[in-house]
Design a protein around this ligand. Sequence first.
Ligand code: SAH
Length: 232
Amino acid sequence: MGFPVFICFFFMLLFQPVQEDAYLEKREAMVQKQIKGRGVKDNAVLEAMRTVKRHLFVPPSIAAEAYSDRALPIGYEQTISQPYMVAYMTEIIKPNPDMKVLEIGTGSGYQAAVLAEIVKEVYTIEIVPEHGQMAAARLEQLGYDNIEVKIGDGYAGWEEHAPFDAIVVTAGAETVPPPLFAQLKEGGRMVIPVGPVYRTQTLKLIEKKKGKAVTRNLMPVVFVPFTREEQK
Ligand code: SAH
């Protein structure tokens, strides 16, 4: 019994660094081609995309696909966003080390990890309990002590930690939830896909200026729907 276990362990030790290196190369290629190549310039964002091991945020069976140029299924009909979209949405909120950011739609926890590499605190809400629990465990295991995960309907935001310097919504909402805008700091930025369910939505940047929403349409996108607690 002991011998095969030993052999197994030996091979694990032997092959793991090789695989890690392969992912390091893939990650660098992802940053160069998909992210820098499409115009993301913020160095902190590029560095965060280099640092966070995306392959640890997808089901192990598709780890080899983690750095490809697309969204990937993570179970329960949800997806981890395309790497470029994560980088773009991170850059557009102008992240800096003093910021407190709210994310709606934790999913795998990847976007939260990328944000947490740059900003001071990340609060993230997930409506599917299985995802929320898995992401929270994964983020803790990876040593992120500046991320808090809550399970619930993100429509109401997270009042006790408000106001936020920025809000990143990673599910397609039909309209901008008013509580989220209310919890945005004066001068703060919210990035959110808005549009009909399962159709092309518009990624919008909403800035709070003198209490009013100043909106810019950024690009057409397709995100999984923003669901409500009652509809589950
Ligand atoms: N940011 C994620 C990807 C999110 S996919 C990542 O990096 O992996 C969108 C997520 O939003 C899904 O997990 C979905 O369950 C969640 N979601 C949808 N509606 C929500 C709501 N009202 N409140 C919180 N989370 C919601």
